[in-house]
Design a binder for this molecule. Sequence first.
Ligand code: PLP
Length: 374
Amino acid sequence: MSGAADKRLFTPGPINTSRAVKEAMLRDMGSRDGEFLATVREIRHELLRLAGATQSAGYEAVLLQGSGTFAVESVISSAVPEHGTLLVVSNGAYAERIGQIAARHRIPARFLRCAENAAPDIAALSATLADPAITHVAVVHCETSSGILNPLDAIAERVREAGAALIVDAMSSFGAYPISLPSLSAHFMVSSANKCIEGVPGFAFVLARRESLLACRDVARTVSLDLWAQWDGMERTGQFRFTPPTHALLAFRQALDELRAEGGPTGRAARYRTRHAALVAGMRAMGFVEHVVPALQSHIITTFRCPSEATFRFADFYERLSSRGLVIYPGKLTQGDCFRVGTIGRITEEDIRALLAGIREVLAEMGVAVPLRH
Ligand SMILES: Cc1ncc(COP(=O)(O)O)c(C=O)c1O
């Protein structure tokens, strides 16, 4: 054991977790053990509850080993049938990844694109959806590559009107924004263990309408990411088809208890909003400028433009902060030099103060003047 202290992770995940979440993993458990099967059952039930859904109302929760992308790929490659067409509403890298997944599986895809710091055009969406070839629409709720929060309700309404199946990538928003699957009429929603539910990495999950899952039967292009088979196996045996991430599931059960104790997504949103507001106020005071306007900005992650001074180099900035135990994230925009700061996970007000103080010190060391010029 190194005994090294955890760094403070201002990232989109993995994020800092509570001590109790980490301690929940100090047990080995068999994948067919009754207690483990009960844990899986509880988790599936609680995830549906968080999304305002129940099995009796026709919804199901499927857990999948791997990171969030595995679950996104599972949905895309299992849900869009041979003669289907996927429309990807894209204003960032995670939506573009959905397009890459479709291309790899030779699934016909169209794109409705807009700038990375702009909201999708709802009128243009309606016009695009007039094409009856489009059977499925994928949208990213919080585009974590910029921090923009897309207008999910308005998008869902248009998709419902058009009669297409809505697939929501809520990877970085589920748990931190109230989301109701029935109100959205979403067919599939994907998220993962180590974002706003504050578990550890190791698995992701899909919440879906049962009838949409049934329609996935024999559609999948892969064995391990066959969503219908994963669900069917879980329903019949209560188990995962392949080795489950037992420790991550135990941690997740604890994380779900903590989310409930905090008042669910509404309570958690209040905490993240406060952290985000403190971060932005402190960064603006130093002269930093956000890339996304406040009206579209989430409380998950914020993109700041890099200072224009020649002495500013992101790799150096990152290393100097990291050596102080403060981990930020590089930018993921195709245009513009920027970096990102996450405000999800177990970070405290004091952590935000420490980050702001660290940034101030590091800029001074690097000879970058504040206020910054753009
Ligand atoms: C919106 C969104 N989609 C997909 C992913 C991919 O998840 P993972 O890195 O766990 O595969 C992320 C990761 O941050 C994300 O934020």
